[in-house]
Design a protein around this ligand. Structure first.
Ligand SMILES: [Mg+2]
Length: 224
């Protein structure tokens, strides 16, 4: 049977972490000498954490491994704190959509997010949606979103002929989806416009995922 692999971006797509991730990141960086200035100049959106850390390490002049070790030694604990301080919430319609998708035969759900694997599940746990996902592709393991998507496809046991649909809120999600031959569904629940996502090549864009039937149709039939 031909399966459908739905690979979801996290921030701006499944949830709004209310800045908890960025806040934890800034606090972790503030604790590393020389790193704060290096981080100030980096555009995070759509980047993987690994890319961000390597870039910040390069700009701060610290050896990459020392920089990443220093970061990882504090970030998960800080994220636990900021998820409590802030008000993380699912994007509109996401809980009902995931529940409906989990009941569909031949549909596999996975994550494709620039977050660290551990952080992605911490964020989802904060809104009670971690149980829908076993794995995916993550930003601590791969530097590009294409490599992340390929990892997610390995984790969902993709075989030739299966359909792969990437759901995301930035042009980075869309472009990486096209690069691996997947269908790109753009959602306008982050900070990008529908026009930006369409221009990047999205097969379909949705204002949000709150229309359950419309969302199911888009995710399961897009690009046919
Ligand atoms: Mg996103």
């Amino acid at each position: 049977m031909r399966r459908i692999h739905l690979l979801f971006d996290l921030d701006g797509t499944l949830m709004d972490a209310d800045g908890a991730g960025g806040l934890a990141l800034r606090r972790a960086i503030a604790a590393i000498p020389g790193a704060a200035e290096a981080f100030a100049a980096i555009e995070f959106n759509g980047r993987t954490d690994r890319w961000i850390l390597r870039e910040a390490g390069r700009r701060s002049g610290l050896p990459e491994t020392a920089f990443i070790e220093a970061y990882l030694s504090t970030y998960p604990r800080l994220l636990t704190e900021t998820l409590v301080e802030r008000n993380p919430r699912p994007c509109p319609g996401v809980p009902a959509l995931l529940q409906a998708l989990a009941a569909e035969r031949g549909v596999v759900l996975a994550l494709a997010t620039g977050n660290l694997r551990e952080a992605a599940f911490m964020k989802l746990r904060a809104i009670g949606l971690d149980g829908y996902f076993d794995g995916g592709g993550f930003g601590d393991e791969h530097e590009t979103r294409e490599a992340m998507l390929q990892q997610a496809m390995r984790e969902t046991a993709y075989v030739e002929g299966d359909r792969v649909v990437v759901i995301g809120d930035t042009e980075h999600d869309v472009r990486s989806a096209l690069a691996v031959g997947a269908i790109a569904v753009g959602v306008v629940t982050g900070n990008r416009s529908a026009a930006t996502l369409i221009e990047a090549g999205a097969h379909v864009t949705l204002n949000d995922l709150s229309d359950l039937d419309g969302a199911l149709e888009a995710l399961l039939r897009a690009g046919e």
